[in-house]
Design a protein around this ligand. Structure first.
Ligand code: Z5A
Length: 212
């Protein structure tokens, strides 16, 4: 049976993931592949319900471990009801964020121990990993400025301070250093078209050559 591929886009606020997910999906569809796009937290109704809990501004913030558990709970629903069935059909799945965001935000950002996040991953995802992860890297100030420029109210994560966002950026770069076979870092500062060109070429080069 055909098994599709799973590609994730990661990065801090305003890095351009949503913009690039659409462009990558179009390019791969043009190559004749069946492509579906999704996002985390969310992607299916049960996970979107958890997303609403997570992104709402709260007087009494979640304990960081609770937050990590909620992200993994959403991910379990997403995996069982969307990602796995799509891949079993042979679709290529592109997700705007996945588990590297939990490592970056809840561990590097909020202090949950790395082994705890790794254990949650193993228990919930087993040996499953993205085929390719693109990390869009951008100076924090630029990303927050772009996110603010969208004209919608900042969510709970966007409202956290510069130190938090710098830890995230360092966290994503560290994840890429630890897993160079899976992760590619792209500079997210150039114009949208230039980034798309590089990103699409990277995906074609890494994943399409062996595809039948
Ligand atoms: N989170 C977590 O803590 N733990 C987890 O496990 C997971 C997530 C999975 C989800 O929010 C939040 O959940 C997220 C992490 C946390 N934190 N926040 N906030 P979200 O999905 O609503 O937000 P986001 O993922 O950060 O997306 P974003 O802020 O919308 O950014 P983006 O998708 O990377 O960027 P964009 O929407 O494509 O672009 C932003 C703006 O910049 C837009 O106006 C574009 O037109 C513009 N843009 C894009 N590219 C460029 C370039 N190259 N040049 C100039 N302008 C550009």
């Amino acid at each position: 049976m055909a098994v599709g591929k799973f590609i994730t886009l990661e990065g801090g606020e305003g890095a351009g993931k949503s913009t690039q997910v659409k462009r990558l999906a179009q390019a791969l569809s043009d190559d004749g592949l069946t492509v579906v796009t999704t996002r985390e937290p969310g992607g299916v109704p049960n996970a979107e319900a958890i997303r609403d809990l997570l992104l709402a501004t709260r007087e009494d913030p979640w304990d960081p471990m609770t937050e990590a558990l909620l992200h993994f709970a959403a991910r379990c629903e997403h995996m069982a009801r969307f990602i796995r069935p799509a891949m079993d059909r042979g679709d290529w799945v592109i997700s705007d964020r996945f588990a590297d965001s939990t490592m970056a935000y809840q561990s590097y950002g909020l202090g949950v121990a790395r082994p705890a996040i790794e254990a949650l991953y193993r228990e919930t995802m087993g040996a499953f990993h993205p085929d390719l992860t693109i990390i869009l890297d951008l100076p924090v100030e630029d990303g927050l400025e772009r996110a603010a420029g969208r004209g919608i109210t900042a969510d709970r994560y966007e409202s956290m301070g510069l130190d938090f966002h710098n830890r995230l950026r360092d966290g994503f770069l560290d994840i890429a250093r630890r897993e160079p076979d899976r992760c590619v870092v792209l500079d997210a500062r150039p114009p949208v078209d230039d980034i798309s060109e590089k990103l699409i070429a990277t995906v074609r080069d890494r994943l399409e050559s062996g595809h039948d």
